[in-house]
Design a protein around this ligand. Sequence first.
Ligand SMILES: *[C@@H]1O[C@H](CO)[C@@H](O)[C@H](O)[C@H]1NC(C)=O
Ligand SMILES: *[C@@H]1O[C@H](CO)[C@@H](O)[C@H](O)[C@H]1NC(C)=O
Ligand SMILES: *[C@@H]1O[C@H](CO)[C@@H](O)[C@H](O)[C@H]1NC(C)=O
Ligand SMILES: *[C@@H]1O[C@H](CO)[C@@H](O)[C@H](O)[C@H]1NC(C)=O
Ligand SMILES: *[C@@H]1O[C@H](CO)[C@@H](O)[C@H](O)[C@H]1NC(C)=O
Ligand SMILES: *[C@@H]1O[C@H](CO)[C@@H](O)[C@H](O)[C@H]1NC(C)=O
Ligand SMILES: *[C@@H]1O[C@H](CO)[C@@H](O)[C@H](O)[C@H]1NC(C)=O
Ligand SMILES: *[C@@H]1O[C@H](CO)[C@@H](O)[C@H](O)[C@H]1NC(C)=O
Ligand SMILES: *[C@@H]1O[C@H](CO)[C@@H](O)[C@H](O)[C@H]1NC(C)=O
Length: 403
Amino acid sequence: MLSSFLLAALSATASATNLFVSSYSGNVTTLSLTETNGTVSLNSSFASSDCGPNPSWLTLDANRGLLFCLNEGLTAPNGSLSSFTVNPDGSLTHVQNQTTISGPVSGVIYGNPAGRRAIALAHYTGSSVTSHLLDGNGQFHLGESFTYNLSQPGPDADRQDAPHPHEAILDPTGQYLLVPDLGVDLVRVYGIASNTLKLTELAPLEAPAGTGPRHAAFYNPYNVAGEGATTYFHLATELGGTIISYSVTYVPNGGGLTFTQVAEINTLWLFNHDRINAPAGVLISPDNRFLLVSNRNSTLFSLPNPDSSNSTQIPADSITTFELQKDGSLVFVQLWPSGGLYPRQFSINPSGTLLAVGNQLSANVALLSRDPGTGLIGEPLARIPLDGNITCVVFDQQGAGSA
Ligand SMILES: *[C@@H]1O[C@H](CO)[C@@H](O)[C@H](O)[C@H]1NC(C)=O
Ligand SMILES: *[C@@H]1O[C@H](CO)[C@@H](O)[C@H](O)[C@H]1NC(C)=O
Ligand SMILES: *[C@@H]1O[C@H](CO)[C@@H](O)[C@H](O)[C@H]1NC(C)=O
Ligand SMILES: *[C@@H]1O[C@H](CO)[C@@H](O)[C@H](O)[C@H]1NC(C)=O
Ligand SMILES: *[C@@H]1O[C@H](CO)[C@@H](O)[C@H](O)[C@H]1NC(C)=O
Ligand SMILES: *[C@@H]1O[C@H](CO)[C@@H](O)[C@H](O)[C@H]1NC(C)=O
Ligand SMILES: *[C@@H]1O[C@H](CO)[C@@H](O)[C@H](O)[C@H]1NC(C)=O
Ligand SMILES: *[C@@H]1O[C@H](CO)[C@@H](O)[C@H](O)[C@H]1NC(C)=O
Ligand SMILES: *[C@@H]1O[C@H](CO)[C@@H](O)[C@H](O)[C@H]1NC(C)=O
């Protein structure tokens, strides 16, 4: 049985809802989400291979109907950035393609929403951060690039052999770009010049050695951002398996950010320390009350559905939900199967009733129900197999969150 809040959310949006999925197979696929008589379906309605051989990340510009796709270029010397227009039926029309420094894995649009804008990319294998100026119709050109060196490997010699920028995110005011760098245990901080969109490197956040910062989320408990406002930064470390929470202070006159650790959760506690875990995505729910984290390589078995006679259990990794506290700490709410293995990235719809998870190694997208009141996630409503390693899934709706 679907709960009434979910049915209401679906009937309000079902006819118009699409999801975009990237896969290392080379396809970017549009999934249409429909509900008939209480049964939710995900169907593939379109696929494009125009992004390149290894799509790793999608950044949606819902206001302008544009989708940016990053091709990691796993077996090539370079990666690439592509743009598409999103058509009313959810299909995609390729606009532009440009070769980049190798290994782009995350991108974020910054600048003036109504004016000059750019997309910043984190390049894992290329040890770089680049920015590309956007024209509003999907055309773009390279602005700047920053490439980093390492004099000696970090504590994890395999993964910390070089700088490895893993995500590009903005602070809540949009004045700063932050880039967790897994290879060197830093979160790089850049000031954004509001007129030219040029980036100026400022003092980074130094994470504990060997932890491998991957993804992060800012939290303003009073919904006020900027200098003087209470601000926290929740950082997921892939190698350390921790969520480290920092209180953030704005240095006056655009001088940067300072960070003071206020809490830390070792996610292995959730698994009684009997396995490894590599946290990936971190997302704050649209109502600003919960933090969700995807856990990889710490496999649970799916719980039987309490409302069904089918008690088959499939192996799955998990999503953890924490309740955000006003002192910057996190209170555990739920550990729940993600619907498949290696949930690399996931997204939440604007009303907070649906979670779409890209399970990289099960090659599926799982759509899970979620109760926005309690923050509790439920059984998969639908699960669709797709070719290749799933790297990213985003809702087509404005206000949807993606981690
Ligand atoms: C990409 O999608 C098309 C259309 O659905 C399909 O025919 C093709 O097999 C897919 N290719 C890969 C590599 O997944
Ligand atoms: C929906 O359910 C009603 C009542 O059970 C049934 O009459 C109808 O045929 C169903 N429609 C579809 C499309 O399955
Ligand atoms: C969508 O997928 C469901 C489940 O796989 C299937 O039953 C249904 O016929 C499909 N609908 C369309 C329009 O392809
Ligand atoms: C975009 O660039 C990638 C990498 O060079 C290439 O594989 C892909 O075919 C290009 N797409 C188009 C539409 O030219
Ligand atoms: C392609 O990769 C090479 C080698 O890493 C690099 O020097 C070059 O700048 C890259 N090309 C572009 C357009 O970024
Ligand atoms: C990085 O290393 C290369 C090769 O070792 C060197 O040429 C370059 O000057 C270094 N760059 C920086 C910023 O240290
Ligand atoms: C999962 O963990 C095991 C060690 O328990 C490791 O050997 C393996 O490489 C990991 N797999 C992935 C896909 O990270
Ligand atoms: C029970 O669920 C499993 C996993 O989703 C599925 O493979 C199987 O077909 C289901 N069995 C029945 C009888 O519905
Ligand atoms: C995709 O995942 C499989 C494991 O399911 C792995 O063996 C393969 O190397 C992966 N391919 C790419 C291109 O990452």
